[in-house]
Design a protein around this ligand. Structure first.
Ligand SMILES: Cc1ncc(COP(=O)(O)O)c(C=O)c1O
Length: 360
């Protein structure tokens, strides 16, 4: 990547977990060009069915557990969260929602209502009623899930908290509690999806399946796209009373679907996930330095924690000056973000780690 002055950068954040297959992959550009020559937006409320949407939905569901067989494409991750929460309300006939502290699910008002920080929510009240925020990973917190809960919205790995992974036993207990009470489990994989964790989907590490899966970011291969995915029986609730349960003009735009499908095919066929753990280990070995407080990671997705926000800002500025693009986390401002394209080379990793260490 280069800026307006022609200065080159190594992208250490991938547009925040978007460019998993790198920037402007030739296969993605080819798919966009081909679709551009065919058609752009057309009438989408059932009169016509767009081939790129259908093909991409098929590719996605072919690589998901059987119960995640119906895809609703949106414009963004936030819109997918909105759709998923609406679907849960419609299916269960309940309205209470449980979310977690230090979670980020988007900036629209429903997504903002479940954001895990009063600092970010407060200026925009009144927001959605009936939301409870609990501590991620807390077993006691699971007691608040009852027969009145429409859904629990949770990230597979808490991204903006600075890469906080749950224990397998906690997330499985959460799944169990949702099943027992009839609350739907909505899993936000907007950042965790598409190979970032070393598996195609983050939830594969934890041995459970959500009721609704929310995707975004890398889903569009660099173009805007989100999706919520559920069983056809659940999704069917959007076909009646009211007839169009969620309406979106551009959601699942044919260019975005063509680009996203090409990117997912690159991810699968070029086996980009194969080196994730080796690259994660390389980062960790090179960042083993006493002035770094902690390095948390889950695949090619790391948070480098410093002793203070000031140190982190200093390192980030030095990195950017030195041609390494990085930033911080919303709820962990003392941590530096590492979520590069999965194509990053060992030599680039070494260069990035050198930039971080010399910036301290
Ligand atoms: C975990 C998570 N969920 C949802 C969203 C919202 O996605 P979008 O920015 O596409 O609306 C984000 C965006 O950063 C995110 O990180």
């Amino acid at each position: 990547m280069s800026d307006v002055h022609g200065k080159n950068y190594i992208d250490l954040v991938g547009g925040i977990n978007v460019a998993n297959v790198g920037h402007r992959h030739p296969k993605v550009i080819e798919a966009i060009n081909k679709q551009m020559d065919a058609y752009l937006h057309i009438m989408v409320y059932g009169e016509f069915v767009e081939t790129p949407q259908v093909q991409y939905a098929k590719l996605l569901t072919d690589h998901l557990p059987h119960s995640l067989n119906s895809v609703y494409f949106t414009n963004s991750g936030a819109e997918a969260i909105e759709g998923a929460m609406k679907l849960a309300k419609r299916v269960t006939g309940r309205s209470r929602v449980i979310a977690f502290n230090k979670s980020y699910h988007g900036s629209t008002q429903g997504a903002l209502s479940i954001m895990g920080s009063e600092y970010w929510r407060n200026a925009f009240r009144p927001l959605l009623p009936g939301i409870l925020h609990e501590d991620y990973g807390s077993f006691e917190a699971l007691a608040v899930i009852t027969g009145q809960t429409a859904c629990v919205v949770v990230e597979t790995v808490q991204a903006e908290a600075g890469i906080i992974a749950p224990s397998i036993s906690w997330i499985q207990e959460l799944r169990k509690k949702c099943t027992e009470t009839g609350a739907l489990l909505i899993l936000d994989e907007v950042q965790a999806g598409f190979g970032r964790t070393g598996k195609l989907w983050g939830f594969e590490h934890f041995g459970f399946v959500p009721d609704i899966l929310v995707l975004g970011k890398a889903l569009g291969g660099g173009l805007p796209l989100g999706a919520f995915i559920a069983d056809r029986e659940l999704m069917g609730a959007f076909t009646n009373s009211p007839v169009l349960g969620h309406i979106t003009t551009f959601g699942g735009h044919p260019l975005s679907c063509a680009a996203g499908m090409a990117a997912m095919n690159v991810l699968l066929h070029d086996a980009l996930m194969d080196d994730v753990f080796q690259k994660e280990a390389l980062f960790k070995s090179l960042l083993g330095y006493s002035k770094i407080k902690n390095v948390r990671s889950f695949g090619l997705w790391l948070a480098v924690e410093f002793d203070s926000v000031e140190t982190n800002s200093k390192v980030i500025t030095a990195c950017i000056d030195g041609g390494v693009l990085t930033d911080w986390f919303l709820f962990s401002p003392e941590s530096l973000r590492i979520s590069p394209p999965l194509t990053i080379s060992d030599a680039q990793i070494e260069k990035c780690c050198m930039a971080i260490l010399t910036g301290i």
